[in-house]
Design a binder for this molecule. Structure first.
Ligand code: COA
Length: 332
């Protein structure tokens, strides 16, 4: 394979579980209100999995739609970005691949929490550039509400469940849809700002059930999210030889509408360049960006040739960006 092969976005799909949980339903059982949630986050409702539905189920639905969108039935590898794998061990990607009929292909999870999809794209692009695979299905899927303490008004309103996926194929750097460059970062010293303390190898079982749920220092996370997403967008745009003003559409991680607005201000971007679907889905973690891509494409907010930046931020801390000129894809 020629060394100039890059990853090209060839298919796109998303899937949301059917159960809608509106702000009023949350306000009936926690000390909060529709007004507070809307004004502080921009979220009106989110989707939540029913018992028995898992991350693998969400990922399979989105993955199938991305394959159909690309007109493909095969892929050489499945990269699943998630921090809510069905089991602590093994990874969920092999189960997703099998359920999609992709028997025997390379399949593994990438865990960079809410930045996972951009990390997954970089991984998929790397497999293609190295000649390991010609078609990589990159899925971002999270049943993130499984990590949320049902009694915590600080996190319950924010998170939702869902999945989105793209099929990457080997192609030419000049094509519409060619991905890259990438800008990826982490800061492990700040892990405690947003984490689930127990359940892993360090503290398998805690007597305090709250240790098994997500704990978040919201305001500090907010500040880091704005600054890091803006910084990374500048870096990736510079590496591509674009100017910030060239960006037609910024598809950022949907964590909070005010984070996207602040990020736009920091970048000097018009607010309408920032796409947002957070009102309907909340923060779906690794699924956030591909669901936003699919919604934006369906609404006509992404047009072939548009210069698009994807910007992510998440627990870890992790953050990163990539970009592409939008291809002619019809999302499934
Ligand atoms: N309903 C009503 N009041 C609430 C509330 C809720 N759901 N959650 C918190 N409050 C209260 C707080 O207790 C506080 O009360 P006090 O002033 O009496 O102490 C007040 O509202 C303000 O809290 P604060 O935390 O300062 O609000 P905020 O404007 O920072 O908004 C978040 C809180 C969580 C929405 C915001 O910090 C945020 O979005 N942070 C980033 C989170 C994120 O993106 N995480 C994922 C990253 S991938």
């Amino acid at each position: 394979m020629p060394s100039s092969q890059v990853a090209v976005l060839a298919g796109l799909g998303s899937w949301l579980p059917p159960r809608v949980v509106g702000n009023e339903e949350i306000a009936q059982r926690l000390d909060t209100s529709d007004e507070w949630i809307r004004s502080r986050t921009g979220i009106a409702e989110r989707r939540v999995v029913d018992p028995g539905t898992s991350t693998v189920d969400l990922a399979v639905e989105a993955g199938r739609r991305a394959l159909t969108s690309a007109g493909e039935t095969e892929a050489d590898a499945v990269v699943l970005a998630t921090s809510t794998a069905d089991q602590l061990c093994p990874a969920s990607a092999p189960q997703v691949a099998t359920k999609l009929g992709l028997n025997g292909v390379a399949a593994f999870d990438v865990n960079a929490v809410c930045s996972g999809f951009v990390y997954g794209l970089a991984t998929g692009a790397g497999l293609i550039a190295a000649g390991v695979a010609r078609r990589v299905l990159v899925i971002g899927a999270d049943a993130f509400t499984s990590l949320v303490d049902p009694e915590d008004r600080g996190t319950v309103p924010i998170f939702g469940d869902g999945a989105g996926a793209v099929l990457l194929r080997a192609g030419d750097p000049d094509e519409l849809g060619a991905l890259g460059p990438f800008d990826l970062h982490s800061e492990g010293e700040l892990a405690e700002l947003l984490w689930v303390e127990a359940g892993g190898a360090k503290n398998r079982r805690s007597d305090d059930p709250r240790d098994h749920y997500l704990v978040m220092q919201g305001q500090t996370v907010f500040r880091h999210a704005c600054a890091r997403m803006a910084e990374s967008a500048r870096a990736v745009v510079g590496a591509a030889g674009w100017a910030v003003g060239d960006i037609d559409r910024f598809i950022g991680h949907q964590a909070n509408i005010r984070i996207l607005q602040t990020c736009a201000k920091q970048l000097g971007l018009a607010e309408d360049v920032m796409y947002s679907n957070i009102e309907k889905v909340g923060n779906t973690s690794a699924a956030s960006i591909p669901i936003a891509l699919a919604d934006a494409a369906k609404e006509g907010a992404l047009q072939p040739g548009h210069r698009v930046v994807m910007g992510a931020f998440g627990a870890g801390l992790t953050w990163g960006s990539t970009l592409l000129r939008w291809p002619d894809v019809i999302p499934g």
